[in-house]
Design a protein. Structure first.
Length: 435
């Protein structure tokens, strides 16, 4: 985790203090269930909650013990025993380390998911507000980076809203998939611990029992979770790249907010660079990179090994913290985005009517001209605009083959800009409903 790209609430989920507190709650809830089953004394379970629940776990002390034991869970249990006393012998009855580690990771990932879902909700609010603000702001659509046909800037933002709505749905499913608890003991057979304990702990922690845990929770769940984060990151990058292109000097249809006192370049005082969206492009690459090792973690040896452990200690906090930061940054970019409708209009008209070429093509075919000949007639006049700076409408009106098929009024009608935006309301209803 890099402090520059971190926010406190998400970072706290991955702190040693939080991790050890979750470990304790797993152990203590398991003791409650064992007490109900008569495996350990009820007074012992009560003592464990009272003394362990009020304890402030000393991270340095646990690290000191681990340097000797070379085992993090044993180090924690040893430190916990220093608080609990003799009744600590009843802690971790029939459990294995993975029961604690995997269940804790599930708790952390579900909490992280909740923060990420809240981030997406905030982003969706910003996208919706700006989409309606620019619902009728006409701009040029581009394919291959080249002028295509008119659209509106609101439609661009509505597209992003729809995309992040899908991202939200995927994350909801990924959260559900990852929210499983394993308290099944060595190789996952429940030989030394009753399945009821797992059910009890799962309920207390807001999880579901893992159907077959084989000592570890199957890592296909985690692979899907991190892959989902990677897809969300890709959606962030798509919007960021759109803004970066629109901010180019020769385009300048939209721009990141440039705050008072901000500097764009150490050498060139005039610069206003898209640094936030460039940063988002880089952060998206990092989040996507965490999906690959998560997929490699799926193939563990037999019932378990720990080749996944070192990976997850890194990608768990790094992926969630980075994505949390990126979503918040994108929300801020969208919220403050400067939009220049006049520049959009100027750019749209830069090639003097070429954006209406398809309408003329279709009109010619409907007038009885073959598609091949129609395409040839339209293209030869369009090339004069590209190569000589001619006016497309004037060239069409001066082309005898075109006017033989279409009247002047019919040709001029095909240059109506409103034609291209007549279904914007339909698109918005599909995206936002009737709001």
């Amino acid at each position: 985790m890099i402090p520059r790209y971190s926010r406190p609430e998400m970072v706290a989920i991955w702190s040693p203090e939080t991790r050890f507190r979750i470990w304790f709650e797993i152990e203590a809830h398991a003791c409650d269930a064992l007490a109900e089953l008569g495996v350990i004394p009820k007074e012992a379970a009560k003592t464990i909650w009272e003394k362990g629940g009020s304890a402030t776990f000393d991270v340095e002390r646990i690290d000191e013990i681990e340097r000797v034991t070379k085992h993090d869970v044993i180090a924690f249990l040893t430190h916990l025993a220093e608080f609990v006393g003799p009744d600590s012998r009843f802690i971790h009855q029939g459990m294995t380390s993975s029961d604690v580690l995997d269940t804790c990771l599930a708790v952390q990932l579900t909490r992280a998911s909740d923060l990420l879902l809240a981030d997406i909700d905030t982003l969706l609010e910003a996208l919706k507000r700006r989409a309606f603000e620019h619902k009728d702001t006409v701009t040029i659509g581009r394919s291959h980076g080249i002028h295509a046909e008119p659209t509106t800037f609101g439609v661009k933002l509505a597209e992003a809203y729809a995309e992040f709505s899908r991202c939200r749905e995927r994350l909801v499913h990924a959260r559900e998939d990852i929210a499983t608890c394993a308290i099944s003991g060595a190789v996952g057979t429940f030989a030394n611990i009753d399945p009821y304990v797992e059910e009890h702990v799962a309920k207390k922690l807001g999880l579901k029992p893992e159907p077959v845990s084989t000592q570890v929770i199957p890592r296909d769940r985690h692979a899907m979770f991190f892959a989902t984060l990677g897809v969300i990151a890709s959606s962030i990058e798509r919007v960021a790249i759109e803004i970066r292109h629109l901010q180019r000097t020769e385009v300048l249809e939209a721009e990141e907010y440039f705050s008072p006192g901000q500097k764009g370049s150490s050498a060139m005082p005039h610069k206003r660079n898209p640094v936030l969206t460039e940063n988002l492009t880089g952060l998206a690459r990092m989040v996507r990179s965490y999906a690959f090792p998560a997929m490699e973690n799926v193939a563990l040896w037999h019932e378990r090994d720990i080749s996944h452990s070192s990976v997850e200690r890194m990608i768990g906090p790094d992926a969630t913290v980075t994505l949390d930061f990126a979503l918040a940054r994108l929300t801020s970019v969208i919220d403050k985005l400067l939009v220049y409708p006049e520049n959009m209009e100027r750019n749209l008209n830069r090639f003097r009517g070429l954006v209406h070429s398809q309408r003329v093509l279709l009109a010619l075919t409907q007038a009885g001209v073959s598609r091949e000949d129609s395409y040839r007639l339209v293209q030869r006049n369009a090339m004069k605009v590209w190569e000589q700076g001619k006016d497309f409408l004037e060239e069409l009106l001066a082309d005898a083959e075109v006017t033989a098929a279409l009247s002047e009024a019919e040709i001029r009608e095909k240059f109506d800009l409103g034609y291209h935006t007549k279904h914007v309301d339909t698109i918005f209803r599909r995206v936002f409903g009737k709001s």
